[in-house]
Design a protein around this ligand. Structure first.
Ligand code: WQD
Length: 341
C-alpha cells in the first residue's frame, strides 16, 4: 500500500480526504497540530472506514520536527498539504501569524518532499486567489488579483513558492487545487465542519442557528448587483472536494500530469446566492430559518463560481452532489453533534 501524508488531516476537508484515501486503499499518516481540530476526529474516521490512520501531533512551524518526521517516514509516496490557518477576518487582524503559519510550514514540508523517492505534492489552494474575477464562470487562466486578505495572499504566495520550486526540480510534481466553497459533511454524520467559536462561514452559521446555538443569521447585504441582491458563491460538497484530491494524487502517482505544476478549479460550476442557500436549507430541513438583512461584510466579492471544464476533462473529476444534498448533510451533521435527532 502506498503511504500518503495528509497535513492538517484532522481538519474539515483533511478528514474527509483521509476517508476517501483509505477507501481507495492508501496507507494514510496524518500530521495535525490540533490548533483548529479535535483528536476525536480520528475516531470518526475510524468508525467510517474501519481503519485507524497513523497520527502525529506536530507543529509544522518547527523545522526540526518536520525533518525528524520525514527521516522516520522516508517511504511516503505523496503529500496532501492542508495544514494552514484559514479565517479571512483573523488573517487581517493577525497577518504575521498567517504568513508564518501558512508559508513557513509549506516551505519546511516542501523541502522534505524534494528528498523523497517520489515527490508528489497536492496543495490546498483557494478561489480566493482570483479576488473579484472579471468573468464568470472563473477559469484557471483568470488573472490572479491582489489578495483581499493576508489569508488569500498566503494562498497566492504558496502557489508561487511551489511553482518556482517545480521549475528547478523536475522530480517534484505538484497540483494546486483551487477550492470554491466547501460545505456539508460525510453521509455518516461522523465527521463534518466544526468551527471553533462563532462560525465565520455561511453554512455552519445556518445550521447552528437552526440548532438554536445562534439567535439569528445575518445576511451580509442584499443590495449587490445579483438576481436577489445577495452574493453568489459555488458551494461544493466536501466529499466531492475530497474525491478531487484522490484523483489529483492518482494523476501524479501514475505520471499522467502534463507539467510538473498544474492548477485546477474545484467547484460545481453552479453559482448560488445566500438567499438560495437559505431556501435550500429550509427545504431539506423542513425548518424555517431566523435571519435578517445586515450591512455588507468588508472584503466580500459579489460573485465567484467555477468553470469546471479543466477539472472535468483533464483531471477526469466532477462534482456529483447538489446544493440540497450538501445542505441536508450539513444539517444531519449538526443534529448529530448536538444530539438533536
Ligand atoms: C459566503 C457568503 C457572505 C456568513 C471564505 C474564504 C474562502 C474559503 C471559504 C478557505 C458571503 C455570506 C456569510 C454569514 C452571510 N475559505 N455570509 N452571513 O467568504 O465566500 O469564502 O470561506 O479557503 O477562502 O474567503 O465564504 O461562507 O464566509 O461567505 O451572509 O454569517 O455568505 O457575505 O456572501 P466566503 P463564507
Amino acid at each position: 500500500m502506498k503511504k500518503i501524508l495528509v497535513t492538517g488531516g484532522l481538519g474539515f476537508i483533511g478528514s474527509h480526504t483521509v476517508v476517501e484515501l483509505q477507501n481507495e486503499g492508501y496507507d494514510v499518516v496524518i500530521i495535525d497540530d490540533l490548533s483548529n481540530a479535535s483528536i476525536d476526529v480520528i475516531e470518526g474516521i475510524t468508525e467510517i472506514t474501519g481503519i485507524s490512520p497513523m497520527f502525529e501531533k506536530i507543529d509544522l512551524k518547527e523545522k526540526s520536527s518536520v525533518e525528524h518526521f520525514f527521516q522516520k517516514h522516508n517511504d511516503i509516496s505523496g503529500v496532501i498539504h492542508f495544514a494552514a490557518s484559514k479565517a479571512v477576518g483573523e488573517s487581517v487582524a493577525k497577518p504575521l501569524l498567517y504568513y508564518e503559519n501558512n508559508l513557513n510550514t509549506l516551505i519546511y514540508v516542501l523541502k522534505e518532499v524534494l528528498n523523497l523517492k517520489s515527490s508528489n505534492f497536492i496543495f490546498s489552494s483557494s478561489c480566493t486567489v482570483y479576488g473579484q474575477a472579471d468573468e464568470m464562470p472563473i477559469t484557471e487562466n483568470a488573472p490572479v488579483k491582489p489578495a483581499e486578505s493576508p489569508y488569500g495572499n498566503t494562498k497566492q504566495i504558496g502557489e508561487e513558492i511551489i511553482k518556482d520550486t517545480c521549475k528547478v526540480n523536475a522530480n517534484l510534481n505538484a497540483i494546486a487545487l483551487r477550492y470554491f466553497n466547501p460545505i456539508g459533511a460525510h453521509s455518516s454524520a461522523k465527521i463534518g465542519e466544526l468551527p471553533i467559536g462563532v462560525p465565520q462561514n455561511l453554512v455552519p452559521f445556518i445550521t447552528q442557528t437552526a440548532a438554536g446555538l445562534r439567535e439569528c443569521l445575518s445576511v451580509f447585504g442584499n443590495n449587490y448587483p445579483t438576481s436577489d441582491g445577495t452574493c453568489i458563491r459555488d458551494y461544493i460538497h466536501v466529499v466531492d472536494l475530497a474525491k478531487a484530491h484522490v484523483v489529483a494524487l492518482q494523476r501524479l502517482l501514475e505520471a499522467k500530469n502534463s507539467s510538473n505544476f498544474e492548477t485546477f478549479n474545484v467547484g460545481t460550476g453552479v453559482g448560488s446566492s445566500v438567499l438560495e442557500v437559505i431556501q435550500s436549507f429550509e427545504k431539506v430541513s423542513g425548518q424555517s430559518l431566523n435571519y435578517k438583512i445586515a450591512p455588507r461584510r468588508e472584503g466580500d466579492v459579489v460573485k465567484a463560481y467555477a468553470n469546471t471544464k479543466k477539472a472535468n476533462a483533464v483531471l477526469g473529476w466532477e462534482a456529483k452532489s447538489t446544493l440540497d444534498d450538501a445542505m441536508l448533510s450539513a444539517w444531519k451533521w449538526e443534529q448529530n453533534i448536538r444530539n438533536l435527532k
